[in-house]
Design a binder for this molecule. Structure first.
Ligand code: SAH
Length: 455
């Protein structure tokens, strides 16, 4: 005997999975959330099956039905709306089943947030605009955990889908408008995928009024984010002819297209090893630039170059391998610049740290990120600030750095490395090396570091 927890989909009965439909037709007991699961989904239950609507039941009454079924050796189809694992109140049932030793299995479903996106015809993740979807709700009777207030989540600027929140739409707008801007696109989709679906679109400034005017008070998804209207987003590298990946080699301009008909892609996707990134025909190869030496100005020089590249509409990433004592001016500014990815490695690798294994982990994490940015195809210039320290401490393998910078350059990406004591092999491999020499420094006259000059 087993309880099958099945996602019924968002409303359209044809959005039920084949596996869900098979189980509903096969189980002698069908327990469904009648308030939201359409009758057509449970109609195929077999003749004589015990079909019960759980919407008026308590948790213990639901569990009692399952225990009776267990005692009778009967499987149960427990049918939830959308996907059962998103705002499904599923976990509390599974916990009781575990306590009772009753076996269960989950059959996922189409969630209403994807159905709402489908109704709008908008992809929720777009390159460089939002690569994250936050699934959340407004704070109602269920309190939000610390750090998950809408105003906190809004700071990410990511696409947001709000369940269970339409009656609180005014609060949603008040919490999100400061972070997203009142002009940020927003939409409300009522009964997505159903025949009486209603779609309302607008901005954070007017969406609440429009939804109310449309009479929407329940079963609605609120979506917020620039992805809802953007048309000038960058194209994904996946289908870019000049970009190679595990399933396709880059094509040269003018070269005949390979006929790949009849050829199957490899069974498993291979991750893009450095050597697989091929030169792009439109783009000249990138350069490796090294700013080293004992004088001040290495990071400053790299940041000047960042400024220049951004001015040319290039996409730039900076990874800082050393977390200084201060929040730097560049970091404060970077947070407000579009087109710039700026990462300061996590806690740990500071100038005066004494925990080497923590430093190693932090450096490795920063290198993994730097490598991904250099090879990911989403940037033209990648700055690896103070990377030489991580190499010289043995946290980041020099060979790996050389290999990645070679592959990145071949793909048209310039890599800038800063830090004292650049290893000889890096200097040899570089196209440009500047050795900063200190002639004078206010520090020598006992002056302290200054905001805006030193950090
Ligand atoms: N597990 C479900 C969500 C259940 S919570 C899922 O994955 O979709 C109920 C909330 O889901 C509703 O308040 C509403 O915000 C949303 N919802 C459910 N069905 C919907 C539909 N057809 N259209 C829009 N929103 C829907």
């Amino acid at each position: 005997m087993r309880v099958y927890v099945i996602g019924a989909g968002p409303g359209d009965p044809r959005l039920l999975t084949l596996r869900g439909a098979e189980l509903i037709a096969a189980c002698p007991v069908v327990l469904y959330t009648g308030s939201l699961v359409p009758a057509e989904v449970i109609a195929p239950a077999r003749p004589g099956a015990r079909v019960l609507d759980s919407s008026g039941m308590t948790l213990e009454e639901i569990v009692a039905v399952m225990v009776e079924a267990r005692d009778a050796g009967q499987d149960v189809a427990r049918v939830h709306t959308g996907d059962p694992l998103i705002f499904g109140s599923t976990a509390e049932q599974l916990r009781r089943l575990d306590q009772l030793g009753i076996a269960w299995e989950i059959v996922p479903g189409v969630s209403s947030f994807t159905a709402a996106a489908a109704a709008l015809g908008r992809e929720l993740t777009l390159p460089e605009l939002s690569q994250t979807v936050i699934l959340t709700r407004a704070e109602g009777r269920t309190p939000m955990p610390a750090g998950e207030k809408l105003a906190d989540l809004g700071r990410h600027g990511a696409t947001m889908a709000l369940f269970l929140s339409i009656t609180l739409v005014d609060d949603v707008v008040a919490a999100l408008a400061p972070a997203y801007g009142a002009d940020c696109p927003a939409a409300v989709v009522h009964k997505a995928s159903c025949p009486d679906q209603i779609v309302v679109t607008g901005t954070l400034a007017d969406i609440a009024g429009k939804a109310k005017a449309a009479g929407i008070r329940s079963q609605a998804m609120i979506l917020v984010g620039r992805v809802l209207t953007a048309t000038d987003f960058a194209a994904s590298r996946l289908y870019d002819p000049s970009f190679s990946h595990g399933y396709r080699k880059a094509r040269r301009e003018g070269a005949p297209e390979h006929s790949r008909r009849g050829r199957r892609p490899p069974a498993a996707a291979t991750t893009s090893a450095p050597g697989q990134v091929e030169p792009s025909p439109e783009k000249p190869p990138g350069l490796l630039l090294v700013y080293t030496g004992h004088g001040k100005g290495k990071t400053t020089a790299a940041l000047g170059l960042v400024f220049r590249a951004l001015g040319r509409g290039q996409r730039v990433a900076v990874v800082q391998f050393i977390k200084g004592k201060w929040k730097t001016g560049e970091r404060l500014f970077a947070e407000s610049i579009p087109g710039l990815t700026f990462r300061v490695m996590g806690q740990g690798f500071t100038w005066d740290s004494d925990d080497l294994s923590r430093d190693r982990r932090a450096a490795e994490a920063a290198w993994a990120e730097g490598k991904a940015l250099a090879l990911g195809g989403g940037h033209d210039v990648v700055v690896l600030d103070e990377l030489t320290y991580a190499i010289n401490y043995g946290f980041v393998p020099l060979d790996d750095v050389l290999e990645v910078s070679r592959a990145a350059r071949a793909a048209g990406v310039s890599v800038v490395v800063t830090g004292r004591n650049a290893p000889d092999a890096l200097v040899t491999a570089a196209d440009l090396v500047t050795d900063m020499k200190s002639v004078k420094h206010p520090f020598q006259q006992g002056q302290r570091a200054r905001a805006g000059i030193d950090y």
